[in-house]
Ligand binder design. Structure first.
Ligand code: 0PR
Length: 352
């Protein structure tokens, strides 16, 4: 379909992506034709990637991070599973244990890597149920996954306990903070490398980091994690490559470095404060209208809006989506303002 105007974010309420920071846009354009997959040719963007990884390390409290800027959370999660599989090759029928709130990228990882994915129930507050995780882990488990900012409810799993369960079984622990990673530093949740001996972590600049797509982040505590992903690269000056993609976007990498340079930590803190206040206000407004609301923990509101009203709001061009159980999700990303949500509420009042 031909469109005369580009997509705007005016009515986009369920996305985890947002309008990039102006500095991120400028950097993306400047590095559009570079390939960080060939770091000895594209040295400048390679240096920006090293800076970006260092800052991602600061954000997640890891002094010496080993990682890279991925194409997104999916690649980071697939690679975390792959690293665990490669580091525990002695496990012949490897399995990954994750809460059912885990993103579907883990299903892709299990499929391409031919490992078993054991999804276990969450508790009544949508967090990983520790006894269910414990029951699912066995001597063939290679990885236990925790989500820090879940896609549907913005919940944070009990990461220290999950890491302990993983390590007791000789397995690794991965935290998926793809969405939550740029919000959680300003909360008192225990989610990062500082709070638990987490082995790897996903944190995406192209979500709450306000970078341009494609820019995800994968970090390992130990060099061996990244090394487990490396293949030899005979016709490049650099001798090995740990990324899943070959040629990749210098725009994503440079924009991630620029956005974090601009916003970490004060800009991200201000945005966290703004978005949290907005989510609390919006949750109250919905409750006052009699809708059931899942108490927001991070700036993501899930609410019981009946299907006819949901459909009518989509008709009015609101870009909204539902959880598996049918709840409306509103993600308070930087482009979502009080003005946006006020006009959404007016439309909701009109259609119900
Ligand atoms: N991990 C988490 C916790 C995520 O939420 C997502 C994406 C990923 C990993 C994968 O990241 P990439 O997409 O960068 O590979 N989250 C949802 C998604 O699948 C966000 C979402 C959900 C967007 C519903 C729109 C929507 O209607 O895109």
């Amino acid at each position: 379909m031909q469109r005369s105007v580009p997509q705007t974010f005016d009515r986009v309420l369920s996305s985890m992506c947002t309008e990039p920071h102006p500095a991120a846009r400028r950097a993306a354009e400047r590095y559009l034709a570079t390939n960080p997959g060939d770091p000895s040719t594209y040295t400048e963007v390679a240096a920006l990637e090293a800076d970006a990884v260092d800052t991602l390390g600061e954000i997640t409290s890891l002094a010496e991070p080993h990682g890279y800027v991925t194409s997104g959370g999916t690649e980071a999660n697939v690679q975390a599973v792959r690293a665990a599989r490669n580091r525990l090759r002695d496990r012949t029928n490897p399995n990954v244990v994750a809460p059912e709130s885990a993103h579907f990228s883990f299903n892709k990882a299990a499929d391409v890597l031919d490992v078993e994915l054991r999804l276990v129930p969450t508790d009544e507050d949508h967090r990983a149920d520790l006894s269910a995780v414990r029951a699912a882990v066995d001597e063939e488990t290679i990885l236990v996954v925790g989500v820090a900012g879940s896609t549907e409810f913005g919940r944070v799993d009990p990461v220290p306990e999950l890491a302990a369960i993983a390590h007791d079984a000789g397995a690794f622990c991965h935290v998926d903070a793809a969405w939550g990673g740029f919000l959680l530093p300003f909360t008192d949740h225990a989610w990062s490398f500082a709070h638990a001996p987490v082995d790897s972590l996903t944190v995406d600049p192209h979500k709450c980091g306000q970078a341009c797509i494609p820019a995800g982040g994968l970090l390992f505590r130990e060099r061996a994690g990244l090394d487990a992903l490396a293949v030899e690269t005979p016709y490049l000056e650099s001798t090995s490559q740990a990324t899943l993609t070959g040629t990749r976007s210098g725009a994503g990498v440079a924009s991630a470095a620029a956005a974090m340079d601009e916003l970490w930590p004060d800009g991200y803190r201000r945005e966290y404060d703004r978005a949290s206040a907005l989510a609390d206000w919006f949750a109250d407004e919905l409750r006052e209208r009699g809708f059931g609301v899942v108490d927001p923990e991070l700036p993501l509101v899930a609410a019981e809006v009946p299907e006819p009203a949901f459909d009518a709001l989509r008709e009015r061009e609101w870009r909204i989506s539902r959880t598996a159980s049918g709840l409306l999700r509103v993600v308070c990303m930087p482009h979502v303002t009080r003005g946006t949500l006020s006009s959404f509420l007016s439309d909701l009042d009109a259609v119900r």
